[in-house]
Design a binder for this molecule. Structure first.
Ligand SMILES: O=C[C@H](O)COP(=O)(O)O
Length: 263
């Protein structure tokens, strides 16, 4: 069963530390050339370039009135001040960013971001009216121990701590099992659905009303044109956070058009 019609799928390409600002322009131009109105009607399309390319992407998107949204790969937990190297939510909002990825496993692993920092970053993004894409996911050891659901739900609890419902409903959650990131080893649709459904059930416990039904939950980890259609058939998978495949415009457009692909 596919995602509920009330949740428009989101396909977001996280470029990670790839593409300078000139390469970014070329990539977005190629995507924009291929994507048609019907594609944007069917899915929200976003690119997440490195900070240094955001201004160039903004200029292109504005000049050509493109339907592609964009965001940042991280955001500071602080609003302003003496934080060398940090980029604030307000700065990103001023650049027209819609999204800020928060708590990506690479930030958690290489920059020691724990749930408290991730929670502060989610709050900072929301305060700047950015949509946080809150990343959660277990490592291989946790999965092998059968503790993946509990691990991910603890990250959801931590990331959303003290965030009121009117703010939480704007958050996008990305389930990215660490063992599937950049490895070519995609989670099975069943694995993805198990955890995405558990996340939605947790949202229903944390928040009243239909919030859980509104929040988009993405899957990320080795998503490609060859596996996206099957993943998107799952009821609680509302899109994908795509790494490597988003660097190839043809492949990313294929992912955005998953409906045309055989499942
Ligand atoms: O943010 C994206 C994820 O880390 C997935 O990366 P990947 O598609 O290269 O596995």
């Amino acid at each position: 069963m596919a995602a509920a019609p009330s949740r428009k799928p989101l396909m977001a390409g996280n470029w990670k530390m790839n593409n300078n600002h000139l390469e970014a322009i070329a990539l977005v131009q190629k995507m924009a050339f291929a994507l048609k109105e019907a594609d944007y009607d069917a899915v929200d399309v976003a690119v997440v370039p490195p900070f240094t390319a955001i201004r160039s992407v903004q200029t292109l998107v504005d000049a050509d009135k493109l339907g592609i949204a964009y965001g940042a790969q991280d955001v500071s937990q602080h609003a302003s001040g003496a934080y060398t190297g940090e980029i604030s939510g307000a700065m990103l909002a001023k650049l027209g960013c819609t999204y800020a990825v928060v708590g990506h496993s690479e930030r958690r692993q290489y920059h020691h971001e724990d749930d408290a920092i991730v929670n502060a970053k989610v709050k900072a993004a929301l305060a700047a009216e950015l949509t946080p894409i809150l990343c959660v996911g277990e490592g291989l050891d946790v999965r092998k121990a059968g503790e993946h659901v509990a691990h991910v739900l603890a990250q959801v609890d931590g990331g959303l701590e003290k965030i009121p419902a009117e703010q939480a409903e704007k958050v996008v959650i990305a389930y990215e099992p660490v063992w599937a990131i950049g490895t070519g080893e995609v989670a099975t649709p069943r694995d993805a659905q198990e955890v995405c459904a558990a996340i939605r059930a947790r949202l229903a416990e944390l928040y009243d009303g239909d919030l859980a039904g509104k929040v988009r939950i993405l899957y990320g980890g080795s998503v490609k044109g060859s596996n996206v259609a099957k993943l998107m058939q799952e009821a609680d998978v509302d899109g994908a956070l795509v790494g490597g495949a988003s660097l190839d415009p043809g492949e990313f457009v294929k992912i955005c058009r998953y409906r045309d692909l055989p499942a």
